[in-house]
Design a protein around this ligand. Structure first.
Ligand SMILES: Nc1ncnc2c1ncn2[C@@H]1O[C@H](COP(=O)(O)OP(=O)(O)OP(=O)(O)O)[C@@H](O)[C@H]1O
Ligand SMILES: [Mg+2]
Length: 268
């Protein structure tokens, strides 16, 4: 397989007494949709935060193109082409959809002597309308404050924002959780389009049929560790659920354990 674009190796993270990540591994290859699944509290969002620079891991390594990196913040991750749609959406509620789309990357009119001029709102609106149209996002007015949009529309704005600026990989932490059937289908379609542009997508979802319909690979996290890597075309909802809950974990069922029991390993 190709050289991984992004990798977590044995990443750990504690929140006080909670050991959210306990040596978690994770791999993203170029141009794939990889689903990151696991039960509530398995550490998915925490892992995404460490890979997108918004939380520093306590241990382990993060590699970009095979080279260890230390991500000092979301802007640093962005320099490596990593964008994130967080589970707890980070949109500016008082700004409109067009301004949110350009948050942190505002367009300016050229100023005197090459200096940055005033914000070019018209250009931002035009580019926002184009970006939403390209993603099939149905937003009648890009100048309404985001606070006045529905949850699903806000979610669409956040997804569009990440897509518009992602260089190499987009993390989407439960992007469809708040959406109705139609909007959900659109987000999945967006994920496929993004992948077709050669950008990798990491999808976190609790919806197993959705995972199987859009992902190329599935990595399963349980209790802060990766416990399975599955080819989406060759697995089933039952197998995914089994891996998430530990029902298929050999360590929990000695009858399935191919390893000899401790003390019987034949060491002389
Ligand atoms: N900021 C925080 N402070 C303290 N504990 C945290 C914090 N963030 C996460 N945790 C804890 O770390 C563990 C992993 O949480 P995380 O949010 O990564 O799980 P998750 O797999 O994303 O779950 P869900 O499917 O419910 O979103 C949980 O026990 C959670 O309570
Ligand atoms: Mg989460």
């Amino acid at each position: 397989m190709s050289q991984p674009l992004l990798e977590a190796r044995k990443v750990s993270k504690r929140y006080g007494r909670v050991h959210a990540l306990q040596g978690a591994d994770f791999t993203v290859h170029p141009g794939e949709v990889v689903a990151l699944i696991g039960d509530n509290g398995a550490g998915k969002s925490t892992l995404v935060k460490t890979l997108s620079g918004s939380t520093a891991p306590d241990g382990g390594e993060i590699l970009v193109d095979g080279t260890p990196v230390r991500l000092t913040g979301p802007l640093d991750a962005r320099r490596h082409g990593v964008e994130t749609v967080y589970q707890d959406l980070a949109l500016a509620q008082d700004l409109d959809a067009a301004a949110n789309l350009h948050l942190g990357r505002e367009l300016h009119r050229p100023g005197l002597l090459g200096r940055l001029g005033v914000l070019d709102n018209a250009a931002m609106r035009r580019s926002a309308v184009a970006a939403f149209a390209e993603l099939g996002v149905d937003l009648r007015d890009v100048t309404v404050p985001v606070a006045a949009l529905s949850g699903g529309q806000r979610q669409s704005v956040a997804v569009a924002r990440a897509v518009a600026f992602a260089g190499r990989v987009i993390f989407m932490d439960e992007p469809t959780a708040a959406l109705g059937v139609v909007q959900r289908g659109r987000v999945l379609e967006t994920i496929r389009r993004v992948r077709d542009r050669g950008i990798s997508v990491v999808l976190i979802s609790h919806n197993m049929p959705e995972v199987l319909s859009v992902a190329d690979r599935v990595e399963v996290l349980r209790l802060g560790r990766r416990v399975a890597v599955l080819d989406a075309a060759a697995t089933s909802v039952e197998e995914l659920v089994g891996a998430m809950t530990g029902a298929l974990d050999p360590a929990q069922d000695p009858a399935l354990d191919p390893e000899p029991a401790p003390g019987t390993d034949g060491a002389a």
